[in-house]
Design a protein around this ligand. Sequence first.
Ligand SMILES: Cc1ncc(COP(=O)(O)O)c(C=O)c1O
Length: 383
Amino acid sequence: MLTNNISYGKQSIDDSDIDAVIETLKSDRLTQGSKVDEFEESLAKYCGAKYAVAVSSATAGLHLAYQVLGLSAHDEIITSPITFAATTNAALYLGAEVKFVDIVSRTVLMDNDKIEENISSKTKIIVPVHFAGLASDMVEISRIATKHNLKIVEDAAHALGARYYNGKKVGCCDYSDMTVFSFHPVKSITTGEGGAITTNSKDLYDKLKLLRSHGIVRDSADHKYKSSVPYYHEMQYLGYNYRMTDIQAALGISQLKRLDKFVKRRNLISNFYRINFLDNSKICALENLDGRYNAYHLFVMLLDDKEKRNKLISFLESKKISTQIHYMPVYKHPYYIDKGYNISLANAEDYYERCVSLPIYPAMEEFEAKLVTEYIKEFINLY
Ligand SMILES: Cc1ncc(COP(=O)(O)O)c(C=O)c1O
């Protein structure tokens, strides 16, 4: 008998995480200390990128990434409509616009064959979203970007720990200018709130660090004006406070050590779901592309229609199992409609009607995965 709810996602915190946080709480520096540097070094090393910049959220990371690439009013980004609104909101913060490209139904990744027809003279950045933890085809996206002289920012909020088809880790930035991660509690690892940007460009790295902390320059060698005043510092750019604290970074360092285990566990649960619903004509899982190691932030299944999907969600809720819908196409949000995004993309619309994200997280017990599966089978036999 299930006593607690099974949620669609949650963090995995153990004693080593708690000890790491306590140690930092007892130290002199709660923020702007050495833990952030240490976390950044570990993350960059893990991903195989030269640099990582830790920030307060992936939303902040996307904002900074777009800004350091010079995105501004009347420029456009190209991205998928099936993403969290932050992917595109960050472009709107800079006065830019968004071109939404429809998805491929079986993977929910942006349809690369439709990117070029959406490129205009305003297009500046392509933003592939590695949806649910599945890496996009970056070789093809980077071919298109090079041909049209565009930049690439990977939204990898779902995909820390995932690999491209050639085994390289998402975040290595071999195919992009920058990759952005989220450390919200339901993601691959958590820092409470938090995010990071990886890059191989020293120039972008320096700019990201500057804008993360108010655009203030402390090193006298980089000052525009010379001053003999002690502690003299200059604000040279309009930056933000998008810093991650050392408390969060300490948690991140500790979590990163278990990242591979977390992702492995997510893969085991996904396989369990997959095997159970193989050849089921009434419900099917999104496809996992051959050779790509999926981080399985989400495990999404599709039903025949909206009514059945909604009924399944209610049925599972009555059994204390919570699911989610990821996502409504971003252009359907009232804010976007009011801004004139009066569009409808067939595959994105169809997906939104039929999708449901099942519970998946590293600490999920086998009996819980079985229970979810059994209840879904029970529902399917009724309808
Ligand atoms: C695809 C995607 N991008 C960006 C974000 C924003 O992440 P954060 O909550 O860390 O700002 C999310 C959060 O869920 C997301 O799913």
